[in-house]
Ligand binder design. Structure first.
Ligand code: CTP
Length: 391
């Protein structure tokens, strides 16, 4: 299941760790979640409404009285797929355990059947107090996932159990309750998608049939599995994705510039784009008249995949793609070795198959020599099979 487009309601309690929840909003958005923030009135002493509105890009309410006609508690309860309460103070945990409905957040929690994650943060004395422990037990019995706070430095000079956990741990728990597998959590994945175009003159170009669907399917699957994804999209204006950084390029030179800049920071490069192997040697300012179009002189483009694999550090993984119409495995094996790849997916594009389609067929070749046949699969399925192999 993908996290992209899933609705998370973030309830913020009145503890100093509220400032750490600001980063949590950003990271959840990176993972494709759509976030609405409902702070308790007390929490606004630490982080104001404007901050939450700016971060989430959505209006922020704290009381059922703020916008009566919208019946906010029921509306939010209906649309939220998950509720995270972070930080949860001793008071907020007590109110939740009692089933009180004295602000917007506690109203929504009562009205919602969504999976709920509670992230407590408070001083150790308050966390260890039997009243808090009983309240936590009640919530756990009701199916709330309540994280144990971490041990560490607290406000003042105290050290003990009560610290707000690292954002990554909260995200892992969110993926746990949301049924998405976060096996690529925090991995930086650079995906190229689409096909580059090389201008012949201001009107015409040399291009290819790649639609970008496979690259975007991989990006989407990687986001859902917790990765931080950057898509370099070559000429796929109709494709978009929430939760990923997208850089749009046209030519091989532009694609190369972005790759050279970003490759060293990524854990994985997935080179799905069809890169034009050559470009016109010169591009005139004006349109070439048809009687002068008998021949176009071409110069080769650099092989970007080869260039990146030469720069590859030991922790990095590179997946290449190939499009073949004959001698699939033979050509693919040669490319895997020559380009020093970890994995290569070879598309069988004979008779125009694959391009623009939602389906693909071909073979995955691994460095070990193993070959996995993909007889006919959706591009989403192939995306996940490739990510499994990369792991
Ligand atoms: N590729 C690249 N730069 C190029 C050409 C290709 O980075 N100038 C990458 C593609 O993104 C793909 C892989 O190399 O991941 C295979 O591309 P393909 O065109 O199939 O192979 P080539 O090595 O160009 O060989 P040929 O065209 O002769 O089949």
């Amino acid at each position: 299941m993908s996290s992209a487009g899933r609705e998370v309601l973030l309830g913020v309690g009145g503890g100093i760790a509220a400032y750490k929840a600001c980063d949590l909003v950003r990271r959840m958005q990176d993972h494709g979640f759509l976030v609405t923030v409902v702070p308790t009135p007390a929490s606004l002493n630490f982080v104001g409404k404007a901050t939450w509105e700016a971060l989430s890009g959505r209006p922020v309410l704290t009381q059922v009285w703020d916008d009566v006609p919208s019946v906010a508690h029921i509306r939010l309860a209906e649309v939220s797929d998950y509720i995270i309460i972070a930080p949860a103070t001793a008071d907020l945990i007590a109110r939740l355990a009692q089933g009180r409905a004295d602000d917007l957040l506690t109203n929504v929690v009562l009205a919602s059947g969504a999976a709920k994650l509670v992230v407590p943060a408070m001083h150790p004395e308050m966390w260890n107090d039997p009243a808090t422990q009983t309240n936590v037990e009640i919530l756990r019995q009701r199916g709330f996932l309540v994280l144990d706070p971490e041990v560490g430095r607290l406000t003042g000079n105290e050290i003990g159990a009560g610290r707000f956990p690292e954002t990554a741990r909260i995200l892992e728990s969110l993926h746990e309750i949301s049924g998405t597998h976060a096996d690529l959590l925090g991995k930086r994945i650079l995906v190229t998608a689409g096909g580059t175009r090389e201008p012949i003159d201001p009107v015409r170009f040399i291009g290819n049939r790649s639609s970008g669907k496979q690259g975007f399917a991989i990006a989407q699957a990687a986001i859902a599995r917790g990765a931080i994804v950057h898509v370099i999209a070559a000429n796929c204006p109709d494709l978009d994705l929430e939760g990923a950084q997208i850089t749009r390029v046209e030519t091989t030179a532009q694609l190369g510039d972005v790759l050279r800049n970003d490759f060293s920071d990524c854990d994985v490069l997935i080179m799905c784009a069809a890169v034009a192997d050559a470009r016109p040697s010169s591009v005139p300012e004006n349109k070439i008249k048809k009687d002068k179009l008998a021949a176009i002189e071409l110069v080769p483009n650099p092989d970007l995949l080869l260039e990146m694999s030469a720069l590859k550090s030991s922790g990095q993984v590179i997946i290449g793609f190939a499009a073949e119409t004959e001698n699939l495995l033979e050509n693919a094996k040669e490319k895997l070795t020559r380009k020093n790849l970890d994995i290569l997916y070879v598309n069988d594009v004979s008779r125009g198959a694959v391009f623009g389609s939602d389906h693909t067929k071909g073979s995955i070749l691994l460095r070990s020599g193993e070959v996995i046949q993909i007889s006919e699969a959706s591009k989403d399925t192939l995306a996940n099979v490739l990510l499994d192999q990369l792991l």
